[in-house]
Design a protein around this ligand. Structure first.
Ligand code: GLU
Length: 423
């Protein structure tokens, strides 16, 4: 893995994507070569292979990762993903994006990410608990409330955070709630954390439509991914008068040009496990969903969904990245040439980590906020960050992604130079 090679051979690999995005922004900055190279490398990477006792008495070996991209601005922060396609390169990219995300919105964190190669839907609750507790133990050498604070991501949830918190606390001999965020309320979670990412998506969507002069009421929205980000964004945008014309999950999607009821869709998915089969809607594939007629597209599933081959077919004028890395750099170029505004992941989906930060601060202070306080502070940070990134984009005549990255890289580089190179 070299930072330079990535520029020469860009692939649709998330790490190659992250490096290419980084290089586009870094080219605009007067960074010294060594500093630029340092910012491109992950600081440390841990791979763990560990056994889990399965319900039938057998033992299965799983592979997991935890990558710290940067510790310059503070402790590392970032979720843990359970997905069968997790790779070290994906976790590297997600960790780097966390560094830029935290810096874009001004949080005192560096970036990290973790992942386990597993399909959590195939495990029983007991197996999932065993896997989580063993993985938490394996990465325990990197985790702490002052050093590295995990959170939920694709395939993980508040219950899994509770098991991680409990495992870490058992090893310590005392309760350490601030070692993870996204915890259930009963053990020190924050009001508003579950909805935070989707809520943040709606704030920046509103700001972007204002900028474009596009009325939010009546705007047609398509949402790829109907999990904790996409589903929440869908019903909160619906509350603001948007029409949700399409939604999908890993099994496929549903489309109705006249609009779907997102709360009924949430209920349907809870009962049936998928949005597919929802009454009075046509079935669409995940690929078709990206090309349906709509004003706003919210890709909220996985990386590299919009590429050079389908970006030309996106009908939306505005794309808001609920997911991390849903548009490849080639896809970005096509959208930019077509004048489609993209609100990048490191800004658009920062609501999750912002409220994680609130949860961490509340836990450390043992002083808890109301849901209203959480949501108001979230809105303030999202709106301010959106305005700063938009201004940077207009001033420098670059995309909002590049503007956000420039801002983030400048912040981290400034802190790095101020701290100095040790020894
Ligand atoms: N996994 C989320 C993200 O990608 C949240 C991370 C966190 O709260 O630390 O931003």
């Amino acid at each position: 893995m070299t930072a330079q090679a990535a520029v020469i051979t860009p692939k649709e690999d998330p790490w190659q994507m992250a490096l290419r995005q980084f290089n586009i922004a870094a080219d605009q900055l007067p960074l010294k070569r060594g500093i630029r190279e340092l910012l491109a490398y992950p600081k440390r990477e841990l791979t763990v292979n560990f056994p889990v006792k399965m319900d039938d008495g057998s033992v299965r070996i799983f592979t997991g990762y935890r990558v710290h991209h940067s510790t310059v601005l503070g402790p590392t922060k970032g979720g843990i993903r359970y997905h069968p396609d997790v790779t070290l390169n994906e976790v590297r990219a997600l960790a780097m994006w966390m560094t830029w995300k935290c810096a874009t919105v001004g949080l005192p964190y560096g970036g990290a990410k973790g992942g386990v190669v597993v399909n959590p839907k195939e495990l029983s609750r007991e197996e999932l608990e065993h896997l989580t507790r063993r993985y938490a133990t394996e990465i325990g050498i990197l985790m702490s409330p002052e050093g590295d604070i995990p959170a939920p991501d694709v395939g993980t949830n508040p219950q899994i955070m509770a098991w991680i918190m409990d495992t870490y606390s058992m090893h310590r001999g005392y309760s350490t709630p601030s070692v993870v965020t996204g915890k259930p309320l009963a053990i020190g979670g924050s009001f508003g954390r579950i909805e935070a990412t989707g809520r943040g998506v709606t704030f920046v969507t509103r700001e972007a439509t204002r900028h474009l002069g596009m009325p939010l009421a009546g705007a047609k929205v398509a949402v790829q991914g109907f999990g904790n980000v996409g589903a929440v964004a869908a019903y909160l945008l619906h509350d603001q008068g948007c029409s949700i014309v399409a939604a999908s999950d890993s099994s496929g999607g549903v489309h109705n040009p006249k609009g779907l009821d997102p709360r009924a869709l949430v209920k349907f998915k809870e009962d049936r496990g998928s949005v597919t089969g929802f009454p009075s809607a046509n079935r669409v594939t995940n690929e078709e969903l990206l090309e349906v007629s709509c004003d706003i597209l919210v890709p909220s599933a996985l990386e590299a969904q919009i590429t050079a081959s389908n970006a030309g077919k996106v009908k939306a004028r505005l794309v808001v990245e609920g997911a991390n890395g849903p548009i490849t750099p080639d896809g970005d170029e096509v959208l930019e040439a077509r004048n489609v505004l993209v609100v990048p992941d490191i800004l658009a989906n920062a609501g999750g980590v912002i409220v994680s930060y609130f949860e961490w601060v509340q836990g450390l202070q043992q002083f808890f906020w109301t849901e209203e306080e959480v949501n108001q502070n979230l809105e303030r940070i999202m709106v301010r960050s959106f305005g700063q990134v938009l201004r940077g984009s207009l001033d420098r005549k670059v995309s909002m992604r590049t503007a956000a990255l420039i801002r983030a890289i400048e912040r981290v580089a400034d802190a790095l130079m101020t701290r100095g190179i040790y020894p």
